[in-house]
Design a protein around this ligand. Structure first.
Ligand code: ATP
Ligand code: MG
Length: 419
């Protein structure tokens, strides 16, 4: 049964390329509608990230109607159309064949809008908007679930999660982001099938986690992962004690809205050793940069707890690290546990304000060449000597190169002539 509702709002300017594409398709005789997430977000009064078009036209018909198009996997029946300076996804109405691997349908068949709605994941994601008639086209009861603020699988929940296990995480992401509940039948199916999350390709899991945990509603997402029994299956060996969960909850509640995924992952791994942090990041197929940041954050997490303690050199080394802003945010969340949180923040800010940017990681005054010139043989002492001198330079104890070379000579002399 289709329900049609008037859509009373004017569409935002950003929707115009998609609307124009829909108009062209309709004028050529093909049904064309805005589909999925953008309809949901518009009905909630939000700002969609992008506008997707769904149409009865086949990909090759779509491609013929527009000047600039790209076929992105004919198998998925999607054509990208360049319009108004942006690429718009135009998907042909399709039904998925059986899923044999919990991820890819073995085939797709072209169909009408009704059946296309039926292969989508959740009712609130399964609606269309006819931009020319200003009507919402709802075959799946999405409007009613928007009213009730519910994430509900379209069709039989158990079957839908069996087809594509990633939907287990998508349910959590949408429930957290929209502050919706998960409908009881859908929730029961998620709990039952939670272990299947372990079979989802790591990069898909990471991508979903990244989206849900970098959003301001990350605490709700983290809690829902717990309620749904999904946490143990996020990566091999995932698990948290009750005390850890309590600390994580409190920290997540205090992070700034714009905290990045790396920081949140570091918070989740805060009590793990460096080897375990490395292993989890690799298991999740994090990029090298992400891995470095997570590792760095975990290993330096407590360094700003007493902001008057680190030496000037230590503070500069943190500043020059890969994610000082995130470390500072984490420290802010940790300080909130203490009565003197404000004083700690003020102390750190004052110390940072006193460091001119060019003094954070200046070129070293003494280099390996100076050691060679003094006949110091290459070896582990090399690095020790250079590190010690660089620390004194960062501590502003060595005003210039002459002072640094004098310090080097003093160091070599005090080593008892032992170069
Ligand atoms: P977001 O704002 O996060 O992009 P979205 O609803 O647009 O949310 P997408 O992942 O961009 O989500 O997918 C677009 C639409 O495609 C969804 O609204 C849904 O209808 C459908 N869809 C996407 N992934 C799946 C899936 N794994 N199973 C079923 N339908 C899906
Ligand atoms: Mg989308």
């Amino acid at each position: 049964m289709v329900a049609r509702f008037p859509f009373e709002h004017a569409l935002p300017e950003a929707a115009q390329p998609a609307v124009k594409i829909a108009r062209t398709l309709v004028e050529a005789g093909h049904e064309a509608l805005l589909a999925g997430g953008c309809v949901r977000d518009l009905l909630l009064g939000g700002v969609p990230d992008d506008y997707d078009v769904a149409t009865a036209a086949r990909p090759e018909q779509v491609a013929r109607l527009f000047r600039r198009t790209r076929l992105v996997g004919a198998a998925f029946a999607v054509v990208l159309v360049k319009m108004g300076g942006r690429w718009v996804e135009v998907a042909s109405f399709r039904e998925d064949g059986p899923y044999l691997d919990g991820r890819h349908p073995v085939s797709v068949t072209y169909c009408d809008a009704h059946r296309d709605a039926g292969r989508r994941d959740f009712t609130v994601n399964g609606m269309f908007l006819d931009p020319l008639r200003s009507e919402v086209v709802d075959y799946v009861g999405g409007m009613a679930d928007l009213e009730r603020r519910l994430i509900r699988a379209i069709g039989q929940p158990a079957e839908r999660f069996e087809e594509d296990h990633l939907r287990l995480l998508r349910a959590v992401r949408f429930a957290a982001r929209l502050s919706f509940d998960i409908e009881p039948g859908t929730l029961a199916a998620i709990r039952e099938q939670a272990p299947r999350l372990a079979r989802v390709a790591a990069e898909r899991v990471r991508d979903e986690l990244e989206r849900m945990l970098s959003h301001p509603t990350r605490l709700a997402a983290w809690r829902l992962l717990g309620d749904c029994g999904l946490r143990p299956f996020l990566w091999g060996g995932a698990g948290w004690s009750a005390a850890e969960v309590d600390r994580i909850d409190r920290t997540l509640a205090r992070l700034a809205d714009d905290a990045g995924f790396e920081l949140v992952l570091a918070v989740l791994l805060a009590e793990r050793g460096a080897g375990e942090v490395e292993r989890v990041c690799r298991a999740l197929t994090c990029s090298n940069d992400q891995r470095e940041v997570v590792r760095w954050l975990v290993s330096h997490q407590a360094d700003l707890d007493q902001p008057d303690e680190p030496s000037l050199a230590a503070l500069k080394r943190l500043l020059a690290g890969p994610a000082f802003g995130a470390l500072r945010d984490w420290a802010g969340a940790r300080w909130a546990e203490f009565a003197d949180a404000r004083e700690r923040a003020a102390c750190l800010d004052a110390r940072l304000a006193a460091i001119p940017p060019e003094r954070v990681c200046p070129p070293p005054l003494v280099t390996g060449d100076d050691l060679i010139a003094r006949g110091v043989p290459a070896g582990p002492r090399y690095k020790e000597i250079l590190d010690a001198l660089y620390t004194r330079q960062l501590d502003e104890e060595l005003a210039d190169r002459d002072a640094a070379l004098a310090a080097l000579d003093a160091l070599l002399a005090s080593a008892g002539g032992r170069p």
